[in-house]
Design a binder for this molecule. Structure first.
Ligand code: NAD
Ligand code: LMR
Length: 332
């Protein structure tokens, strides 16, 4: 029997991530090849005409799974009945700007969209915040939508996770799908900590630690970390625009694994509400290693954290605490 369609909201749908993301959703890349979808696309009035153009293209592409398109600049209409909300709308970082610079503009959007989701989304709606500062926007959304369970509000660090996999596969000239269990800890910013201490590589003679195969601790602790931390800025420098296709694809990975589960023995990175695991202060949206099952994520417990990693985990937590204070000062 055909499944009922799932309603997926994409805010900022007329923007560049939106343009890459909506066809992926309509093709089943986010929710699977047998899951019909109804796309809700929200943007602001100045982008209304462009948004209609995207809707026309979706119709023209004749996606078999796409059962309807709501293209709107009305936040209530956009949020009504949605089962999944991918929050991309906001102002992107431009060359030379730090995430803090975009804070003032973006946190107020997330405060107002929190109430629309709280009042009009379907019960148990899953929320993924992509727009920067992603962790802090997600936190503001959570705080101003108190009836949405905290576990339903997440932010995107899967792009950073995928970037880390990509760097290791390039370094060793191996398939990216043979690398697993890297971790992105903390903020989706240059203080994030890409950690390979538990990462492994599939080889013909079984799984081997990344450290054993790379055999270059200097590269792993300097260039690798820096490249992943600074990749967003490097893309902006090269494209004069922030990453879009990789962000859209990683957003699909995030939701797909959350809904359908992570493979046995592997984890992914997601920005989730801290419960104090690994001594990360509760009350922050922080990227942890998680496994997903039955539509719920759980933080992977019991991983050893050496002294070097401890400092990195604390540093990015400190930045998030500062961002939280700054966000509240912007809203007051
Ligand atoms: P963009 O400027 O191309 O698109 C943003 C869209 O949001 C625009 O169409 C704009 O009109 C719309 N918008 C602005 N305010 C809105 C509101 N109140 N409601 C609905 N829509 C609104 O930007 P982009 O390149 O698509 O990037 C979007 C966001 O994603 C940026 O904040 C960017 O920094 C962030 N980003 C995050 C990641 C990540 O990994 N977390 C990666 C790449 C980009
Ligand atoms: C990215 O990681 O590509 C984006 O978050 C862009 C940015 O602001 O760095």
């Amino acid at each position: 029997m055909a499944k009922d369609p799932v309603r997926v909201l994409v805010t900022g749908a007329a923007g560049q991530i939106g343009y890459a993301l909506v066809p992926m959703i309509a093709r089943g890349i986010m929710l699977g090849p047998d899951q019909p979808v109804i796309l809700h696309m929200l943007d602001i009035p100045p982008a209304g005409e462009a948004l209609n153009g995207v809707k026309m293209e979706l119709v023209d592409a004749a996606f078999p799974l796409l059962k309807g398109v709501v293209a709107t600049t009305d936040v209530v209409e956009g949020c009504s009945g949605v089962n999944i909300a991918v929050m991309v709308g906001g102002f992107p970082r431009k060359e030379g700007m730090e995430r803090k610079d975009v804070m003032t503009k973006n946190v107020s959007i997330y405060k107002s969209q929190a109430s629309a989701l709280e009042n009009h989304a379907a019960p148990n709606c899953k929320v993924l915040v992509v727009a920067n500062p992603a962790n802090t926007n997600a936190l503001i959304l959570k705080e101003y939508a108190p009836s949405i369970p905290a576990k339903n509000i997440t932010c995107l660090t899967r792009l950073d996770h995928n970037r880390a996999l990509g760097q290791i596969s390039e370094r060793l000239s191996i398939q990216v799908s043979d690398v697993k269990n890297v971790i992105i800890w903390g903020n989706h910013s240059s203080t994030q900590y890409p950690d390979v201490n538990h990462a492994t590589i599939k080889t013909p003679s079984g799984e081997k630690p990344v450290r054993e195969l790379v055999q270059d601790d200097k590269w792993l602790t300097s260039e690798f970390i820096k490249t992943v931390q600074q990749r967003g800025a490097a893309i902006i420098k090269a494209r004069k625009l922030s990453s879009a296709l990789s962000a859209a694809s990683s957003a699909c990975d995030h939701i797909r694994d959350w809904v359908h589960g992570t493979p046995e023995g592997s984890w992914v990175s997601m920005g989730v509400y801290s419960d104090g695991s690994y001594d990360v202060p509760p009350g922050l949206i922080y990227s942890f290693p998680v496994t997903c099952r039955d539509g719920e994520w759980s933080i992977v417990q019991g991983l050893s954290i050496d002294e070097y990693s401890r400092k990195k985990l604390d540093l990015t937590a400190e930045e998030l605490s500062e961002e939280k204070a700054l966000a509240y000062s912007c809203l007051s």
